[in-house]
Write a protein that binds this ligand. Structure first.
Ligand SMILES: NC(=O)c1ccc[n+]([C@@H]2O[C@H](COP(=O)([O-])OP(=O)(O)OC[C@H]3O[C@@H](n4cnc5c(N)ncnc54)[C@H](O)[C@@H]3O)[C@@H](O)[C@H]2O)c1
Length: 441
């Protein structure tokens, strides 16, 4: 292996803060796949192919056969939650998967019981869990998480662990002094600084333990210099944020196509209704704001008005999320897109996506866990921008604009894998083989 990647030997633990709809759909899914009852559809790492070499070579291995990823059979799950339900009970409450499927993996799911959570109602108003750690300081809470990680590792005889945040969206807030350096952050942990959110305490504990941390929610969490520097210092990969599913997935598929054809966009109105616990949390304006900011960013980068004011200078972009309990996890989104073409003539596109949020999110969590583990074994530390493919608001180095176009994100991800494995990068130029073909005729 050209990058000196350590092998994926032994067992991989995936620890998840937040054993709700997304996490339980992932866990039940993986257990069912391990038994040969289901297939990991939607997981690029498991079902996706990667082209290697020239088109004429016809080499398209599955990604899981090309890079040394942990096998699904070697995965052990655990996590934290503010409710003490085991994963079987939590999955049944989430009502994403059918009872018949859950029955088939009931013993495996019942065996996974959450550790007590680090929780602060100031950050998530609409939840009232009681399975919560009590300690004098945030420093003590971080130490308690570190002990949970160690217990989980020892009890399950694990070789490696990754953490993926799947807990509720915390309220919107800006970074401040306490987030600027690791010294200030650690001081803040000791002084119970109000600016340190629970998700930051989990992230700190992960990085301190040398464990990769990915953030699936739009919270600030690891988007702060203190934790980014800490990750580099400890040689730990981090990635975020906010899983790219549903409406934003569609947006980053459709918008690059319109932009590629130099079509103008005047307006993009996006509305969603969802009725799961995520929807309930987002019903609070402070928590909605966090999600809104994350959802709004994508179009501005793809349809960049600074680069092309004639086509995108007047773009009006609005996002709405409404809590509607009857829909449960079956989110419905509508997009109305006002576009214009040749000579300024107007047209409209309507997208009505009836999706299942957790069905789209679960394979993302799996891929992130496996690729973050790979990154760790390849000694890639700090922000893993090559995993932008999975996020609504990809984390980038300070000053670098994120790339939202899903096709460019995929190319970056695949080229990173080729680079890691010592294969040629693919530019899609192809002129070289035209020359070879012409000469061979
Ligand atoms: N489903 C998707 O398509 C999608 C897409 C992008 C982002 N997300 C984000 O993923 C997260 C999970 O979504 P979900 O649908 O599973 O939500 P959910 O409400 O079903 O699950 C979240 C779980 O986190 C728990 N929790 C809250 N605060 C916690 C804390 N501090 N520590 C430990 N547990 C805590 C809750 O009790 C709940 O069980 C949300 O933040 C959501 O915004 C989901």
């Amino acid at each position: 292996m050209s990058y000196n990647i350590k092998g994926a030997d032994g067992k991989l633990g995936i620890l998840i803060p937040g054993l709700g709809a997304v996490a339980t759909t992932l866990i039940a899914g993986v257990e069912s796949i391990k038994k040969g009852l289901s297939k990991p559809i939607g997981s690029l790492s498991q079902m996706g192919n990667i082209r290697l070499g020239k088109r004429t070579e016809n080499r398209y291995p599955l990604i899981k056969d090309f890079v040394p990823l942990a096998q699904l059979d070697s995965i052990v799950f655990g996590g934290w939650d503010v409710y003490e339900d085991n994963v079987y009970e939590a999955a049944a409450n989430a009502k994403v998967l059918e009872a018949a499927l859950l029955e088939q993996v009931k013993p495996e799911l019942e065996a996974i019981k959450p550790f007590k959570a680090v929780f602060d109602k100031n950050y998530v108003k609409n939840l009232d869990g009681t399975h919560i750690k009590q300690a004098e300081t945030k420093w003590d809470l971080a130490e308690a998480i570190i002990r949970d990680i160690e217990t989980f590792k020892l009890d399950n005889n694990l070789d490696r662990i990754v953490i993926v945040w799947c807990a509720s969206t915390e309220k919107y807030f800006d970074s401040s002094e306490v987030h600027q350096t690791i010294e200030a952050f650690e001081e803040g942990l000791r002084n119970n600084d109000a600016g340190i959110a629970p998700s930051m305490i989990y992230a700190y504990a992960a990085i301190k333990s040398g464990i990769p941390f990915a953030n699936g929610a739009p919270n600030l969490t690891i988007d702060i210099p203190a934790l980014q520097q800490f990750a580099v210092l400890n040689n730990v990969p981090i990635a975020g944020k906010d899983f790219k599913t549903g409406q934003t997935l569609m947006k980053t598929i459709v918008a690059p196509g319109l932009q590629a054809r130099s079509l103008g966009v005047k307006g993009w109105f996006s509305t969603n209704i969802l009725g799961n616990r995520d929807g309930l949390v987002l019903d609070d304006p402070d928590n909605f704001k966090t999600k809104e900011v994350s959802k709004l960013g994508v179009l501005e980068q793809i349809l960049n008005e600074d680069i092309n004011p004639e086509l995108y200078g007047d773009l009006y972009h609005k996002v709405r999320i409404n809590y509607y309990p009857p829909h449960g996890d079956n989110k419905e989104s509508w997009d109305n897109i006002d576009i214009f073409g040749w000579l300024g003539y107007q047209m409209q596109i309507k997208i009505n996506f009836l999706c299942k949020d957790s069905i789209l999110a679960a394979p993302i969590v799996l891929d992130l866990a496996l690729f973050m583990d790979l990154a760790n074994r390849a000694e890639m530390s700090g922000i893993q921008e090559w995993l932008s493919f999975y996020f609504k608001t990809p984390q980038t180095a300070e000053g670098l604009p994120p790339e939202h176009d899903i096709f460019k994100q995929l190319m970056k991800l695949q080229n990173t894998l080729r680079h890691l494995m010592g294969e040629d990068l693919i530019t899609h130029l192809g002129l070289d083989y035209y020359q070879e073909l012409v000469e061979s005729l």
